[in-house]
Design a protein around this ligand. Structure first.
Ligand code: NAD
Length: 350
């Protein structure tokens, strides 16, 4: 076994059907009394229902969370938190909502309780993001790590098939890159392989029956593991490309899903052990092709061309990715990266 460094992050996880009923006890545990409830505009009704379990302790609602945390909306949320003297944020939703909790925590230090309702995995990481003027800035800060995470699959039964599948593949992408991260370790690899196994088994069952509570629970388990894997290891070429394409306005989870099999194909021969473990977790002979087939079976878009990518931008994206690459098993070079992007643009089977 090679030398490694493992960092454990302090977070408390309350997992299982019906556990959102434990939110009042978790708020008490943090000794907070003035909660700011955060959601996206569409999830207000669910959040109101949850807020009823906290009589006298909800100081305000912010229901304007949006993808990639645009700075103007974040400032509005921060001002609201300050003006109502909030002492805790409860973020109920996907990566966008949790991202708002983190953005508030970044400048105020307020504790965040996350109640994830997608599979983004953001609730387990110290990674924050903000976007300004079309550019997304990210960083890592222990302050933004949610103190408590409540995973209750009952809250996810209305998550539409397209969002379920795409955010599930976003979580699988975290696990894939953790398996070949330059700073990976055996513990994270265990979690990554198990995360892929749980998600690859759950997502097809969810697409068949959106109300399958067992499948939803398995997917939340997988996304927890996925978030935990990227919380302490570095991401590589795949995430770099998705950050570049996200900056060009492409939707987050769908971009991850489309790029993943092609980024894996790029790294295929340079990361044989990771590929072996991924193939085993999805019961496929070849890892990149197996991931591609899984996505196709989930009905996901397979071509960057179908989610708003302009062909004329492929070269620019390849140049940005190659100029400031993240550490990656195979050397990141302009020509091969452009070919990867062209394959993703056309949706070619690896
Ligand atoms: P999202 O949070 O944007 O949610 C997608 C849509 O699904 C929204 O319209 C939301 O209202 C809706 N939704 C959420 N839960 C629902 C439910 N239970 N039922 C019905 N509808 C529901 O999407 P996402 O993929 O979870 O998150 C993407 C964002 O998360 C991006 O901004 C990305 O950068 C960020 N992210 C951050 C990290 C991190 O570690 N910081 C990790 C992954 C993703």
């Amino acid at each position: 076994m090679r030398r490694f460094v493992y960092t454990g992050l302090p977070s408390r996880v309350v997992f299982g059907t019906g556990t959102v009923a434990q939110l009042p006890a978790e708020v008490d545990r943090l000794t907070t009394k003035r909660v700011l409830m955060i959601s996206t505009p569409g999830r207000g009704a669910m959040v109101n229902r949850i807020a009823h379990s906290l009589p006298g302790r909800v100081a305000g609602f912010f229901d304007k969370a949006a993808m990639h945390q645009p700075i103007e909306i974040v400032e509005e949320a921060r001002e609201l938190a300050a003006s109502i003297n909030a002492d805790c944020c409860v973020a109920v939703g996907g990566g966008s909502t949790i991202g708002f909790g983190k953005a508030i925590a970044l400048t105020s230090g307020l504790p965040v309780i996350a109640v994830p309702t997608t599979y983004s995995g953001s609730e387990m990481t110290t990674i924050w993001g903000l976007s300004e003027g079309g550019l997304k800035k990210t960083g890592r800060d222990p302050k933004v790590l949610p103190k408590t995470v409540i995973y209750d699959a009952e809250l996810t039964l209305d998550l539409p098939p397209a969002v379920s599948a795409a955010s599930g593949m976003n979580a699988i992408a975290h696990c894939v890159e953790a398996l070949y991260a330059h700073d990976g370790n055996p513990i994270v690899s265990l979690m990554a392989e198990e995360g892929i196994r749980a998600l690859a088994s759950a997502l097809p069952r969810i697409i068949l029956n959106l109300k399958d509570l067992d499948a939803r629970t398995d997917a939340l388990y997988g996304s927890w593991l996925a978030g935990a894997t990227i919380s302490t290891t570095s991401v590589a070429l795949h995430h770099k490309l998705c950050h570049v394409l996200g900056g060009m306005g492409l939707p987050h989870a769908e971009t991850h899903s489309i790029v993943l099999p092609h980024a894996m194909q790029y790294n295929r021969d340079a990361a044989p052990e990771a590929m072996r473990r991924i193939a085993s977790a999805i019961a496929a002979v070849d890892a990149p092709r197996g991931i591609y087939e899984l996505e196709k079976s989930l009905g996901l878009p397979m071509r960057l061309a179908d989610i708003g990518m302009q062909q004329a931008d492929l070269e620019r994206a390849a140049r940005i990715a190659a100029e400031a690459p993240y550490p990656n098993p195979r050397k990141v070079e302009y020509g091969p990266v452009l070919e990867l992007l062209r394959n993703a643009y056309e949706g070619r089977r690896p």
